[in-house]
Ligand binder design. Structure first.
Ligand SMILES: [Fe+2]
Length: 135
């Protein structure tokens, strides 16, 4: 898979959320590079921990925003976030420096997930918030 990169099409039109998405993508880029370059296992584990922790901070911020504005699909959105957290957690648990191919597959999965989540699922709530004049 091509390198995951921020581009204007990923903007949801809400600045603090865009900034968080950018940071999330940077963390994923860092993880992808570290796994691809066969970096030290300890460094990769730290990188995935940072990604995992930041994803939780970001998802919580989004979920609070959606709750505050009574977004009808808030629960569904939260379930999607939980899937990512579970996958990232599983990756941290099963990370094996001797099996780089398998690891890069998981990183690619996480990257694809984030991109499609931002472009499809997050755009749905931003459309709703804008329509209701809440952002
Ligand atoms: Fe989201």
């Amino acid at each position: 898979m091509a390198q995951i990169e921020w581009n204007p099409e990923l903007s949801v039109g809400i600045e603090p959320i865009d900034e968080q998405h950018l940071k999330l993508i940077e963390l994923l880029q860092g993880l992808e590079d570290a796994v691809r370059d066969g970096k030290d296992a300890a460094l990769i584990e730290d990188t995935i921990t940072n990604l995992f922790n930041y994803a939780r901070v970001h998802f919580t911020a989004e979920e609070e925003l959606l709750k505050k504005h009574k977004y009808p699909e808030e629960k569904l959105h939260q379930m999607e976030h939980n899937k990512f957290i579970t996958k990232a957690f599983e990756f941290r648990e099963s990370f094996d420096a001797r099996k780089p191919g398998l690891n890069i597959e998981v990183v690619n999965f996480l990257s694809s997930w984030i991109l499609s989540h931002i472009q499809i699922t997050d755009q749905r709530y931003t459309r709703y918030l804008k329509k209701h004049g809440q952002v």
